[in-house]
Design a binder for this molecule. Structure first.
Ligand SMILES: [Cu+2]
Length: 487
């Protein structure tokens, strides 16, 4: 009934932005106004089984398909267990999971578990290709706190295209005994995967994600693959897990009426306490969990406002939230959410990373055979990211970090939680307190890189290994073509 009412209200047809084949990357800004005609798709939860050894098994098949990104205009896309995006994997701290990944794309790819603390051989970076027709089955025990993580391909030089075509999914980590928060998936705990695309008039994915300064800055924003979406909610408080899954676009997210809401988590887990704001900014790869309140019967639009960065769009609608005439009560938001402190000791090691142009770090392009940094297991270090050019960001595999400062000033309170990806504005320096894990392997590296995928693919990436403390100086800095490695 509510749904019918909604369609009556929103009966005015939307005008698509002109987006012919000439309007490719660097083309028109996204359309500012939507009419919210389509119910937001919610990625299904991934089913799982328990193997004989007690390990929880998930199956993900990378496949090609056709998807109506624009209604009535099916286009060629990639997805996991479907034609576009992937199911939401959900597991608990303490569990051992086995991910059975089958590649039916007809071309090589990889699957990286973004935000996951795990052994380097399970990480799914560019050293772990899955050949066409092959299956890769990494497993690991989840040792980290609750977080909104995600998964996506990471084949060197082809990440941008594989993600752009649709390969991405959420990987939610729960923690037994955690705070009471909205957690009914798709009901009051709703994922929002933001992606911008250059959709041609026939609905096909246009643009070259490896061209221009930033690759794809698209003319159409999709949420969970849904164009022009609305979300119907039935409870007073709703948790939104927002992932910027775009190739390059930044979003500065607020409600159209500027209502305040609470940020409860950054990329790598809960803040120690909720932080009240009226806006959050997310660069590609970053996540935020927010809790917003709604009044019975109201409708409010979630928007991205034009910011000052060169990867911002102008003001644009993302999603309309339509509250039911009667809303269920929600438990109060807890005052405390976690007790986590990512600090570095006095005299901590400092590493500096200069981002150059769009294709190198410290003057060097990514080299699969070169180990750039050797880190002791369990280390706490300061990583200083120096950016003398335009917008970049920085993602470090395996770790959680805290942003110490941006050009000497502390980050906004809502961004002081555990993170794994950070925006590095043009002509700025960002310092991070980085917490490394205990899994060691001198032969298999983790990556750090710009998560603007055009830059990552072009070589703005480096490699580090984590080794037993005291062995740093004896680790070979050149990776041989040893067993299992594919260069
Ligand atoms: Cu970059």
């Amino acid at each position: 009934m509510r749904r019918r009412t909604f369609f009556t209200l929103a009966a005015v047809p939307a005008l698509l932005t002109a987006c012919g084949p000439g309007d490719l990357s660097g083309g028109p800004e996204p359309q500012a106004k939507l009419s919210f005609r389509n119910r937001l798709r919610i990625p299904p939860l991934a089913p799982s089984t328990v193997d004989k050894d007690g390990v929880r098994r998930f199956e993900l098949t990378m496949q090609r398909g056709r998807t109506e990104l624009l209604p009535g205009k099916p286009t060629d896309t990639y997805g996991f267990n479907g034609s576009y995006l992937g199911p939401t994997v959900r597991a608990r701290r303490g569990e051992t999971v086995r991910m059975v990944v089958r590649n039916e794309l007809g071309e090589q790819s990889t699957v990286h578990w973004h935000g996951m603390r795990l052994p380097a051989r399970m990480d799914g970076g560019p050293h772990l290709p899955i050949a066409p027709g092959a299956t890769w089955s990494p497993q690991w025990t989840i040792t980290q706190p609750a977080a909104t993580s995600w998964y996506h391909p990471h084949p060197h030089g082809a990440t941008a295209m594989h993600v752009y075509r649709g390969l991405a999914g959420l990987f939610l980590l729960d923690e037994p005994g955690g705070p009471t928060l909205p957690s009914a998936y798709g009901v009051d705990d709703v994922p929002l995967i933001l992606q911008d695309k250059n959709l041609a008039a026939d609905g096909s994915l246009a643009g070259d994600p490896l061209k221009g300064t930033f690759g794809i800055l698209g003319n159409t924003v999709l949420v969970n693959g849904t164009y022009d979406p609305y979300l119907a909610v039935e409870s007073r408080r709703v948790r939104l897990r927002i992932l910027n899954g775009s190739n390059a676009r930044m979003y500065d997210i607020r409600f159209a009426d500027r209502r305040r809401f609470h940020v409860i988590a950054n990329d790598a887990g809960l803040l120690n306490a909720p932080v009240e704001v009226d806006q959050v900014s997310l660069s590609p790869g970053e996540r935020a969990e927010i809790v917003a309140e709604f009044a019975p019967g109201e409708q409010v639009v979630l928007r991205s406002i034009g910011g000052s960065a060169d990867i911002d769009a102008g003001d644009l609608d993302l999603l309309k939230i339509v509250a039911a005439k009667q809303l269920k009560a929600s438990p109060p938001l807890p005052d405390r959410l976690a007790d986590r402190h990512i600090d570095v000791p006095a005299g901590a090691k400092v590493r500096r990373f200069k981002l150059n142009g769009h294709d190198s770090i410290n003057g060097q392009e990514m080299d699969m055979t070169r180990i750039d940094e050797v880190v002791a297991a369990g280390a706490r270090e300061i990583w200083e990211i120096v950016n003398n050019v335009y917008s970049h960001n920085f993602h470090i595999h395996e770790v959680a970090f805290r942003v110490l400062d941006v050009d000497g000033a502390p980050p906004p309170a809502y961004a002081t939680g555990p993170k794994d990806t950070v925006f590095v504005p043009g002509k700025s320096t960002v310092r991070l307190a980085v917490e490394f894990g205990q899994d060691t392997d001198p032969n298999w590296p983790y990556m750090y890189h710009c998560h603007i995928l055009r830059h990552e693919d072009s070589g703005m990436m480096g490699q580090f290994v984590v080794v037993p403390p005291g062995t740093e100086s004896v680790v070979p800095r050149v990776l041989g073509a040893h067993a299992g490695h594919s260069m």
